[in-house]
Design a protein around this ligand. Structure first.
Ligand code: A2P
Length: 345
């Protein structure tokens, strides 16, 4: 079977990666629509050697579509997901709009693939830092339940989109030429700097990004019991996120055992060269499908604690790849139907 696919937000950082992944993973596509805002009307993007025209999104654009991969921000997603599902398409949405909706599965294929079967037209792609953390922690959690997670993130500019990535480059150039850096997309200069994640703060002082890690991880793991606290920070890296993760189990979990498990876990690649102090780095995670994990060590401050460090490509596994893997899962499990309302004769 071949499917009619639309990418909403095709010109963005995640959208262009979706396009690349659909091509290289040979997703069974009968027809591909590239949708963005009016600003991108007339632009073309390459797919399988062909220049495809980008269309401004509209009601009609979702006719004759079986699957929508959406990455155009929360409010845009809300508006157009309603239209797309009403017209019979299944939407895999990368925004936070539907993630905590109890009727919407939140899926990381390496962790909770079965959840996808309960979809009612929308499947949510989790937050990028959450995806990377769950891929690395789930294999350990399956062996011995994690009781508490303390995570600190080092998040690249790509999390704020293609314009933020361009802004960091411009700021870097400006500073190298002795000019003041200009911040228009992000609230503060990121080049040669870092700042706590700029999402809205709640009454407890946690930002939205941190609460996403807390709430989404619990939903994906299917348990409200894990205690999680997070500190999210933006750093001047272009496109891969890093995370320092402290895990607390109910009994000791040896670093050797953890290493053995993670060495055979789907979506994980161990990067640990202790002699040369070589561990996961954003530049080595960039463009890779796997989450790179290393520095697995016993927590000297707690007998049941384990420390690990990871890096993962935020645009790839943190967003586009996870969405395409969900789409592949739907195809494999026959959970994606050809939208009969618009089958052309
Ligand atoms: P456009 O390029 O036309 O602005 P990023 O996350 O890299 O910033 O990308 C966001 C993506 O979402 C882009 O493809 C952008 O299109 C698209 N987008 C943003 N706002 C809208 C909107 N109101 N309607 C449709 N697409 C939108």
């Amino acid at each position: 079977k071949f499917y009619r696919v639309a990418i909403l937000g095709a010109t963005g950082a995640v959208g262009t990666e979706l396009l690349e992944l659909l091509e290289h993973r040979n997703f069974p596509i009968a027809d591909l629509k590239l949708l963005a805002s009016e600003r991108s009307a007339g632009r073309t993007l390459k797919f399988k050697g062909e220049n495809l025209l980008v269309e401004p999104v509209s009601d009609r654009a979702f006719e004759n579509v079986d699957l929508v991969l959406a990455s155009a921000g929360g409010s845009t997603s809300k508006t157009w997901t309603a239209v797309a599902t009403q017209k019979g398409a299944v939407v895999i949405d990368n925004s936070s709009a539907f993630r905590m909706n109890p009727e919407v599965p939140l899926v990381v294929p390496e962790v909770n693939p079965l959840a996808a079967a309960n979809h009612q037209g929308i499947i949510a792609n989790p937050n990028c830092t959450t995806i990377l953390m769950t891929v690395a922690v789930w294999p350990l959690h399956k062996v011995k339940p994690v009781q508490r997670i303390v995570v600190s993130t080092y998040q690249s500019a790509s999390g704020a989109g293609a314009k933020a990535m361009a802004e960091v480059k411009t700021q870097t150039n400006a500073i190298l030429q002795g000019q003041p850096p200009v911040a228009e997309v992000l609230p503060y200069p990121l080049a040669f700097n870092l700042f706590p994640h700029n999402s809205p703060l709640n009454d407890l002082g946690y930002c939205e990004e941190e609460m996403k890690m807390v709430n989404e991880t619990r939903k994906i793991f299917g348990t409200q019991k894990i205690r999680i606290t997070a500190t999210c920070v933006r750093v001047p890296v272009l496109r891969a996120h890093s995370e320092a993760i402290n895990l607390e189990f109910e009994s000791p979990f040896s670093s050797d055992e953890a290493r053995k498990i993670l060495n055979h876990s789907p979506g994980v690649k161990l990067v640990e060269n202790w002699e040369n102090n070589h561990f996961p780095m954003p530049i080595e995670a960039t463009g890779k499908d796997e989450v790179l994990v290393g520095r697995i060590r016993q927590d000297i401050s707690h007998p049941c604690g384990l420390e690990l460090w990871l890096c993962g490509d935020q645009i790839r596994k943190g967003a586009a790849l996870n969405a395409v893997q969900i789409a592949e899962l739907l195809v494999e499990k026959n959970l994606l139907k050809v939208n009969k309302a618009y089958v052309s004769s």
